[in-house]
Design a protein around this ligand. Structure first.
Ligand code: COI
Length: 336
């Protein structure tokens, strides 16, 4: 099986569900995880009373496998995703899944789907969606007695690819969301669980209808400090050249953000991860980005709060960090 032999129209892939060779799966019952196997059909037989379906006992990850310059296939940063999944699983009373088992399932999924992996140079990746869910039934609220771990994949380009290359370069218009909170102050905001994404469906449909491609949430207590965008972290390069990103107990620890912070340090930038007061600090931002696995580094050219719009510059420093990150992901290291 050769990489990319499915011969898809790589450049027009966008970010969506695509038929593949299947997903990997193992199950948990009575304290043990089963062997991992490949499921060829994209369906799941689930008890109608499964706890995942009724009470949202589900945590998942987003990660990518790349076809690299030297011909190999590499999964980027999987141990960090496993760590985050494990933290979420603990919070949701889902049994522990070892890194070994996680890797076994990821490996089977990637190996079985090598023809769907966008070849080196296309700018695409095989997006991987590991998901842990309470499959066992319960009628009252209680943790499930049976679980599934699945690794699903789809060949993808950038999450915002459908907006067109110009928008990806020039940036999108964003809105500060004031009518809704993304998560509760001491809630599940730092966990990659389905509920956090479901909560954003209605708000994002509203602001998209108003012409804002992204929404920026503020903290749920004071609506003062920056939290994150709908499906990505927030990061900015300030006018005095710092990389600034919010610290908050209710936002997701983005793997991409962590990598960008390291790359920023590597080129000598000061990195500050702290509470970021939107109105106090917005005028100090030169470049603003929405950063995450699927979106990578999306330029945000403006943020509108009520009747006021704040403008930012075209990415220069962020573009450099993005180029570095993408080079590392495909096994190339660029000169700084
Ligand atoms: C990711 O960036 O991997 C995410 O999990 C966001 C999702 C909405 C695609």
């Amino acid at each position: 099986m050769a990489v990319g032999s499915a011969n898809l129209q790589w450049s027009s892939l966008g970010f969506g569900v695509h038929p593949t060779s299947g997903y990997s799966c193992c199950s948990w019952k009575d304290g043990t995880w089963s062997e991992v196997s490949l499921m060829k059909e994209p369906y799941l037989q689930l008890h109608v009373n499964s706890v995942a379906l009724h009470y949202g006992q589900t945590v998942w990850e987003g990660m990518k496998a790349f076809h690299c310059k030297d011909g190999s296939v590499r999964v980027f940063n999987d141990a960090v995703n496993h760590q985050r999944l494990s933290r979420g699983a603990k919070r949701m009373l889902i049994p522990e899944l070892s890194l070994e088992k996680f890797r076994e399932a990821v490996d089977l999924c990637v190996r079985s789907n090598v023809p769907f992996l966008p070849p080196y140079g296309t700018g695409g990746a095989l997006y991987l969606r590991p998901i842990l869910l309470g499959s066992g039934p319960a009628l009252g609220l209680a943790p499930a007695k049976e679980y599934l771990f699945l690794v699903i994949c789809s060949p993808v380009m950038n999450y915002f690819a459908s907006a067109g290359p110009e928008i990806l370069e020039q940036g999108v218009a964003g809105k500060v969301v004031l009518e809704y909170d993304r998560s509760a102050a001491r809630g599940m905001g730092s966990i990659k669980c389905s509920g956090n994404y479901g909560a954003d469906l209605f708000p994002s449909a509203e602001h998209k209808a108003e012409g804002f491609m992204v929404g920026l949430y503020l903290d749920p207590t004071e609506q003062r400090y920056i939290e994150e965008f709908n499906v990505t972290n927030f990061a900015a390069i300030t006018k005095d050249g710092k990389y600034v990103t919010p610290e908050s107990p209710s936002i997701l620890a983005s793997v991409t953000n962590k990598c960008l912070q390291q790359l920023a340090k590597d080129i000598g930038l000061q990195v500050e991860q702290r509470r970021v007061d939107f109105l106090q600090e917005v005028s100090t931002f030169k470049e603003v980005a929405a950063v995450g696995t699927a979106a990578v580094v999306l330029p945000v050219r403006s943020l509108t709060m009520r009747d006021k719009t704040f403008m930012f510059e075209k990415h220069q420093v962020m573009a450099k960090l993005k180029t570095q990150l993408e080079a590392i992901q495909v096994g190339c290291k660029l000169k700084r």
